[in-house]
Design a protein around this ligand. Structure first.
Ligand code: FCB
Length: 442
């Protein structure tokens, strides 16, 4: 494999999952802080109060990135650190944290990719309805503009939202994520307002006319395949494909929501006002692909969505997700074929395994090493066939707070001993570092 010279080799994180100190230095409360402090929401009652203590150990973490030879790092900004009430009053100390982080990344030759929204809405905005309130789109654009002005001279790669589908489905429909709602109407509204907010943020960046700035959206994608030739299985697979893979990208690239999903949701269709779709179609510079697994689906009248996933004979991660590297190739090719020449980044790809520290103080994780290798091979296949792939970010730089699963799922290249906050590079980290070094030497 010979990836292009300017390919970005990175790892990804998100603010609430790693930073800790959620209320330090004048930060406002986020919905994840509130949610994780609500009994019964998170496995083992875990919270992000300490997490990886990255808010205080960020220099050491950049040092690890440098040692691994990463030339890129994707992280997110905690909205409530910089705008404690979500809008209005700016908290300079919160901004300073990200200023310093970006400066030291650049000093180490590491290109930052900044995600503006990785799920931690300021709680004050949730109290006004959160994303279910149409105003949230403008609040988000105001916050985005603040960040463009603060960091735009040094940050050239911006992602508006991380996985809006997950926000809508897990946050507003199924209640497993903050804000913990189970309301299909609110979910549908939230989805539409996320798209509007995304587009208004893109427009805010364009208006500032910052040289070299690129902006895109990060989506969770994966093949949704029928379990058989049976037309009912085919139909549910198509519905899921349109729902997961097209629901947020079709509006941006085609100007409409996928028809099959609209028919399925009936009266709960998104509240599209005249002119919305034109705004949402504001051109973007890249699509971020978060790829973890596929789903094989069968019709099942007794299941809530008329379908069920059919378990496959294959290796599964600790999340219960099938390891299916070929799906990365399939989804990259599908994106390229469907939405044209837009550049793509793999903004997340990774696996949780039950890592342990052995008696030599090492973490031997051959399964993760193989996971990364196999996915890179599939990414390379797509690249060779003309897909404009620009970078790969492993999820995650280090073990962290895995949302509703707390600290029980380890995705990191760096093992984190949460008692001592010591970071220990896993075997896969050494492998990835070596792979990157080889690529950069070619
Ligand atoms: C993605 C999220 C990321 C992480 C991985 C495992 O859905 O974007 O924060 O939790 O899954």
């Amino acid at each position: 494999m010979r990836f292009p010279k300017d390919f970005l080799w990175g790892a990804a994180t998100a603010a609430y999952q790693i930073e800790g100190s959620p209320l330090a230095d004048g930060a406002g409360m986020s919905i994840w802080h509130r949610f994780s402090h609500t009994p019964g929401t998170i496995l083992n009652g875990d919270t992000g109060d300490v997490a990886c203590d990255h808010y205080r150990r960020w220099r050491e973490d950049i040092e690890w990135m440098r040692r691994l030879g990463l030339n890129a790092y994707r992280f997110s900004v905690a909205w409530a650190r910089v705008l404690p009430e979500g809008r209005g009053r700016v908290n300079t100390k919160g901004l300073d944290f990200y200023q310093r982080l970006v400066d030291v990344l650049l000093q180490n030759g590491i290109t930052p990719m900044v995600t503006l929204y990785h799920w931690d809405l300021p709680a004050a905005l949730q109290d006004e309805g959160g994303w279910a309130n149409r105003e949230c789109a403008s609040w988000f654009a105001e916050y985005a503009e603040l960040m463009f002005r603060a960091l735009g001279d040094r940050v050239k790669l911006w992602a508006t939202l991380n996985e809006p589908w997950v926000v809508m489905a897990l946050g507003y429909l199924m209640g497993q994520h903050a804000p913990g709602m189970r309301d299909i109407g609110a979910a549908s509204r939230a989805g539409h307002h996320l798209l509007l907010g995304h587009a208004l943020a893109v427009q805010a960046l364009r208006a500032l006319d910052i040289p070299g700035a690129q902006i895109g959206i990060v989506t969770n994608l994966g093949p949704q395949q029928p379990a058989s030739e049976n037309p009912q299985d085919q139909a549910v697979a198509l519905l899921w494909h349109q729902f997961i893979n097209q629901y947020f990208l079709d509006p941006i690239f085609v100007g409409e929501y996928p028809q099959t999903v609209l028919s399925f949701v009936g009266e709960f269709a998104p509240p599209v006002r005249s002119g919305d779709m034109e705004v949402i179609q504001t051109p973007i510079d890249f699509i971020g692909v978060n790829y973890y697994t596929r789903n094989v689906l069968a019709y099942d009248a007794d299941s809530p969505f008329g379908s069920r996933t059919v378990p496959q004979q294959a290796l599964h991660t600790e999340m219960g997700w099938e390891v299916y590297p070929q799906g990365l190739y399939e989804i990259l090719k599908w994106l390229h074929g469907t939405y044209g020449a837009v550049p793509l980044y793999i903004t997340e790809n990774g696996a949780a395994f039950a890592d342990t520290l052995n008696e030599n103080g090492e973490v031997d994780d051959p399964l993760r090493e193989e996971y990364i290798r196999a996915h890179l091979e599939q990414a390379y296949r797509a690249l060779e066939e003309g897909v404009p792939l620009k970078g790969y970010f492993y999820w995650s730089l280090m073990d962290n707070f895995e949302w509703a699963f707390g600290y029980s799922r380890r995705f990191g290249l760096l093992y984190v001993d949460f008692e001592t906050q010591r970071r220990i590079p896993k075997r896969s980290a050494h492998w990835y570092a070596q792979f990157i070094a080889q690529q950069r030497a070619i």
